[in-house]
Design a binder for this molecule. Structure first.
Ligand code: ZN
Length: 878
């Protein structure tokens, strides 16, 4: 079916299911090509549905081998089959049972949805609608059932058999060659949370006692021989379970909790009840094969999936329009966990960088959509930064607006009231209305309105009156389908900074709330602060209190004051970013006139900053990193020439790197750790700063950069430092670089997850030869279009290369379009994600814009596209 033919599913068309399924008994005999699935469903009419309605079960690429209703074979005239499933025309108007048998070929399932085999391991992925690829079902999240699953397999092929819930029986079958396991999950759940795993796997395990006294057996399963790399994931699991007990009062609710790592996986990980399945990239870690960033991601994603047990599993979504109910909230929870485990300001800066680069760019392009979309053709295309990251920002704002105590009471009420249900955003918000006594109707607009609001701020100090008048105005640009925007509720956390630090905030304006938060909920607002003893510098949007763009009328010298004097770490970082961004935007449009002066001002500010004995290395690493070329391009927003933008970024970085080269080199020496590698936040922070410094030196003084980079590679005892050396060397063309690339590739020839990074480092080289290099690397023995991680590393890396994906000759677009078309035949989800790389095409200058559009049209007009790819192509061109 093409996207134009696919039905548009609308939120307002939601109605409850006509039928409910109370219990599901699955009997699955695993076989690489002929897996037999026997499903027994106990159905009854839903009192909230239409009486006498037909039973329409979802099914995708299935044919039933047999259908029995109340143990009697169903007459073929009683049902019909279509590409969408199975309809029983006149089921009995009472409870009844249905037994359906199907046969699957897991080995041929390249879509990696439903049941498939990855490196000899049977596994499943059912969110959003993969369960219908296993058996016929009411595959919608508001149908929640109790599952009992019997798995059977050859012992040599699948000695480990796992499913959701608790293990209730397991034994060998007569003859000793086959065995079975029965799992029972007492918690009713939607089909998208079903999972099974069967295969040869090693594991690490640990007992855990919950705060309410339940003994839980935790285990992390990995490919044979890799158990030595599973310890960090297990450790992270224990820490996040304790944290959720302490911070949200949530205890785990089964006797086992299993995590399984598989090597072919479309997403990051999946929160199936009691049996989380992970992309192995987010489980496996040791110092020589995982970077500090990987350790942090593993910790965050293990926590994210675990936290879903309450926010997603016990309380699930009524329909997929409510996806942000589980995702935005759970991202917020994992961000808070990582902030408590590591440095809160550094985590916030990193999250805001991600938000701006992924979500703001989505909001600014043709794929913009609200946090809660109102219509979709393919739900798999809505697992987006807007639903996840902006969804988390909405929760964060809610907490700022109603205060910590009311937020905690609201969460408790939500857990109590909605437990065991499939809920909506409205039901969630009602809990906070009750807990806070505040009207949140206006705030709820964040869920409905797409686009990134801009807040324009200006201020004036009256020395005689000792008052400071601040004016704020908001606007949101039009997005597809939403031409007129309404004001939203924007919490602006602020301070007034004087020579000696923060000044007191006194105002009679009702817009000023406790904790220095001004609530901007109108198009504009003006408020006056009194008893201000000196001309202040306003520090606005502290901690990035709302996901908006801020334009403020501060000069560079005021911003540099904030950089040194602001008590808010986020705004210290932001002040320097703003100084750099302004010049980079100007230079990115071709006006280089302020670049040298800004380089010198930034160099001076950084030099003083780096000399501070109380320097926090992790924070300093963030400060040293200038806005990325893609962020500069997004700020320019129109008629962008990526080569000019990239050139401006290089020139400013090189000027700063050159001016500070000596100081940075000394700093690197002082930051060197002599002890064994530890992934803890503090040594990771020192490595981050050393490696940022290396990158700047490589641009400022390539000869010293190469010398330091090669030495670091030779001495490194961990992947972080090796990768940083490789990244620095990719900035310096020449034989030494090529030699290092080759040596790195040989060193890690048998480590696919490290090779992904190696492929990406090469795909990101901002030089004309990169496209040829990438095409050559597709022939590398480790590369395969069938593995999503390899595709994301090499092809995804190239698509993120601002100058080379956007080559003036259009070859970059053609290359990606060809791969999207090829990949769509086997794995539509990965193909449509890759096509999303075109999301910013409209901001380009006319020549590139035309070539990008032509490539998109070529994709769009390809026959037999999947719904996933057709939907993205059509929306991108709309
Ligand atoms: Zn999630």
């Amino acid at each position: 079916m093409r996207a134009e033919d696919a039905p548009l599913i609308r939120l307002e068309d939601y109605r409850p299911s006509d039928w409910l399924i109370d219990t599901v008994d699955l009997d699955i005999v695993l076989d690489p090509t002929r897996t037999r699935v026997r499903s027994q469903l106990q159905l009854r009419p839903n009192p909230a549905g239409h009486a006498g309605a037909p039973l329409v079960l979802d099914g995708d690429e299935l044919t039933p081998d047999s259908i029995l209703l109340d143990d009697v074979p169903l007459d073929p005239s009683a049902y019909s089959l279509s590409a969408q499933g199975l309809t029983i025309h006149a089921p009995p108007a009472r409870a009844f049972s249905l037994r359906i048998e199907t046969t699957l070929d897991p080995g041929a399932n390249t879509k990696l949805m439903g049941l498939y085999r990855s490196s000899g391991v049977y596994c499943t992925q059912c969110e959003a609608d993969g369960f219908r690829r296993i058996t016929y079902f009411l595959d919608r999240p508001d149908v929640m059932s109790v599952y009992t699953v019997r798995l059977e397999a050859e012992k040599t092929q699948a000695p480990v058999l796992l499913s959701n819930g608790n293990l209730v029986a397991a034994a060998e079958l007569p003859g000793g060659e086959r065995h079975f396991a029965v799992w029972h999950d007492p918690h009713p759940k939607p089909a998208y949370l079903f999972a099974l795993v069967g295969g040869k796997l090693d594991h690490v395990r640990q007992d855990y006692m919950t705060a309410d006294g339940r003994k839980v057996e935790l285990a992390v399963y990995v490919e044979p021989g890799k158990a030595g790399r599973a310890g960090w994931a297990l450790d992270s699991l224990v820490r996040c379970m304790r944290w959720d007990e302490r911070v949200f009062g949530r205890n785990y609710d089964l006797d086992v909790f299993n995590v399984v790592a598989v090597s072919d996986f479309n997403m990051g990980a999946m929160e199936n009840k009691g049996l989380n399945i992970f992309n192995d990239k987010y489980v496996l870690a040791d110092p020589l094969t995982a970077s500090d960033g990987d350790y942090a991601s593993i910790e965050a994603i293990i926590a994210h999936e675990y936290f879903h047990n309450w926010t997603g599993n016990r309380i699930t979504c009524r329909d997929w329009f409510q996806l942000c109910l589980k995702e935005g909230l759970t991202v917020f929870r994992d961000q808070e966990f990582s902030s408590d485990e590591r440095s809160r300001p550094v985590k916030r800066i990193a999250d805001v960088r991600t938000l701006r680069s992924t979500q703001f760019s989505e909001d600014a392009g043709p794929l913009a959509h609200p946090v809660r979309p109102r219509a979709y053709k393919e739900i798999n295309n809505f697992y987006t930064p807007t639903v996840y990251e902006k969804g988390a920002e909405v929760i964060r704002m809610l907490k700022v607006l109603i205060g910590e105590d009311a937020f905690t009471r609201g969460m408790d009420l939500y857990f109590e009231r909605c437990d065991g249900t499939a809920a909506t955003i409205e039901e969630f918000l009602d809990c906070f209305v009750e807990a806070s006594g505040q009207d949140l109707a206006h705030f709820a607009r964040w869920y409905e309105q797409a686009g990134t609001p801009t807040v324009v701020a200006s201020g004036k100090y009256d020395a005689q009156a000792r008052s400071y008048k601040l004016q704020l105005a908001q606007s949101t640009p039009a997005t597809p389908g939403q031409s007129h925007k309404q004001p939203v509720v924007i919490p602006v956390a602020l301070g007034l900074v004087g020579k000696g630090g923060d000044l007191p905030l006194t105002s009679i304006s009702p817009a000023l709330k406790a904790g220095g938060v001004v609530v901007l909920d109108q198009p504009s607002l003006s408020l006056t602060f009194t008893d201000v003893p000196e001309a202040p510098t306003p520090s606005l949007l502290r901690g990035f209190s709302a996901p908006v763009r801020l334009e403020l009328d501060l000069g560079d010298s005021d911003l540099l004051t904030l950089f040194t004097a602001d008590s808010d770490s986020f705004n210290r970082w932001q002040a320097l970013q703003t100084v750099a961004m302004r010049t980079l935007v100007r230079a990115g449009k071709g006006d280089m006139s302020t670049l040298d002066a800004t380089a010198s001002a930034l160099g001076k500010a950084l030099s003083g900053f780096l000399a501070d004995p109380a320097l926090d290395p992790a924070f300093a690493a963030q400060v040293l990193r200038l806005p990325a070329p893609a962020d500069i391009a997004r700020e320019i927003g129109i008629d962008v020439d990526p080569d000019v933008v990239h050139g401006a970024h290089r020139r400013l970085s090189a000027a700063i790197g050159g001016a500070l080269a000596g100081q940075l080199a000394d700093l690197r020496v002082s930051l060197t750790d002599r002890g064994p590698y530890s992934p803890a936040a503090s040594p990771a922070g020192r490595r981050a700063l050393r490696n940022e410094a290396l990158g700047l030196i490589a641009l400022g003084e390539p000869a010293s950069g190469a010398r330091l980079g090669l030495a670091q590679f030779a001495e490194a005892d961990n992947l972080t430092d090796r990768l940083a050396a490789l990244a620095a060397m990719t900035l310096i063309p020449g034989a030494e670089r090529e030699d290092l690339i080759a040596r790195f590739g040989e060193l890690y020839a048998r480590e696919p997850l490290v090779l992904d990074k190696w492929l990406m480092a090469q795909a990101l080289i901002a030089e004309d030869g990169t496209l040829t290099r990438v095409k050559g690397l597709m022939n590398h023995p480790a590369f395969s279009l069938g593995n999503p991680n390899r595709v994301r590393g090499l092809i995804g890396g190239f698509a993120a290369n601002l100058t080379q994906f956007n080559r003036a000759d259009g070859e970059g677009y053609g290359f990606i379009a060809d791969i999207v078309i090829a990949l769509d035949r086997t794995n539509p989800q990965v193909a449509s994600r890759l096509l999303g790389s075109f999301k910013s095409w409209r901001m380009l200058e006319a020549g590139r814009r035309a070539k990008a559009e032509a490539a998109l049209r070529m994709v769009q007009t390809t026959p037999n596209l999947s719904r996933d790819v057709a939907d993205i192509a059509t929306r991108s061109l709309a």
